[in-house]
Design a protein around this ligand. Structure first.
Ligand SMILES: [Zn+2]
Length: 297
């Protein structure tokens, strides 16, 4: 049992803004309930596109985006932000892919080790990360997903990285899954106005038709209406990235607005496998009754 440790929720994500746009409502909700909401962020979003006016007073995109993240973390009520100090790998095919410090070029076991060590240090009961395709295919999201899934199990296995802190097995692992219903609604509107959704985004490399297919089941729905204002304030912290949305007006903005009306964030439960068709409303459901011994598998 975890009675000697405060309830802790750990999100393992890739870039400043991932913590707000995807799971900000959930992090803020649990923080308000007294849960320690912790964030691991693998990079500082160095490959993000930033208009020059946002760079004033900042030595680099990394410094700007770290400050935006710390602003958001304060609003969300995060107990801690932990960087893995890799570099943003950029979208597929961009020169950022080749950078030696890029997350995708790091040895997988090195990334797993860093996340494992933080899991053992922070001792979360619940861990949240990206789905296997990283939401929309960003290579850093996929790499973060893969390393986190391995670290989730490694953290509870005393034979893995034995020189480190004592083993700690979190109880539950969730993948954040963007509810496709809102995207499909926005796509229908887009088709009505005759716009092509297959080559969307600043680099025209995001296929929204493909993205709108449900790939992963939804096992948990967290309603965050009571902290919706907090998520809005945290979103405003990421001004340099919202600017990019403005240059792609319409669809995703519309999808986000529709999603905000629902004030719900959705998750697939990866571990333990779900035993009910009814989506959970609480990521900590059942944890007090479950031992935190290492999984048999
Ligand atoms: Zn990201």
């Amino acid at each position: 049992m975890n009675q000697n440790h405060p309830r802790t929720l750990l999100a393992v994500l890739a870039h400043p803004d991932d913590e707000t746009f995807g799971v900000g409502g959930t992090l803020a909700l649990y923080a308000r309930r007294g849960v320690q909401a912790q964030l691991i962020c693998a990079t500082r979003g160095e490959a993000g596109t930033v208009s020059p006016e946002f760079m004033q007073g900042h030595s680099s995109i990394a410094a700007l985006r770290e400050q935006e993240l710390r602003c958001a973390a304060q609003h969300l009520g995060l107990a801690g932000v932990h960087f893995l100090d890799y570099r943003d790998s950029g979208m597929p095919g961009s020169p950022d892919n080749q950078h030696p410090q890029a997350l995708i070029n790091a040895p997988r076991q090195e990334v797993v080790h860093k996340i494992t060590r933080l899991i053992r240090q922070l001792r979360p009961q619940v861990v949240v990360t990206f789905d296997p395709v990283g939401g929309y295919g960003h290579p850093d999201h996929v790499a973060t997903h893969q390393a986190t899934v391995e670290a989730f199990h490694a953290a509870g296995d005393p034979s893995r990285f034995p020189e480190d802190l004592p083993a700690h097995q979190p109880n539950k692992l969730y993948f954040t899954v963007f509810s496709r219903a809102y995207l499909r609604a926005a796509l229908r509107l887009m088709r009505l106005t005759g716009r092509g959704p297959r080559r969307w985004g600043r680099n025209q490399d995001i296929d929204l038709e493909e993205l709108a297919h449900d790939r992963f089941p939804i096992h948990a729905r967290v309603r965050y209406r009571s902290v919706a204002e907090v998520k809005k304030k945290a979103t405003a912290c990421h001004a340099s990235q919202l600017d990019m949305g403005r240059s792609n007006p319409g669809l995703l903005g519309l999808a986000f607005r529709l999603a905000r009306l629902g004030a719900t964030e959705t998750f697939m439960r990866a571990y333990p496998p779900p035993n009910s068709d009814r989506p959970e409303r609480d990521l900590f459901l059942g944890i007090d009754r479950e031992p935190s011994s290492p999984p048999a598998a």
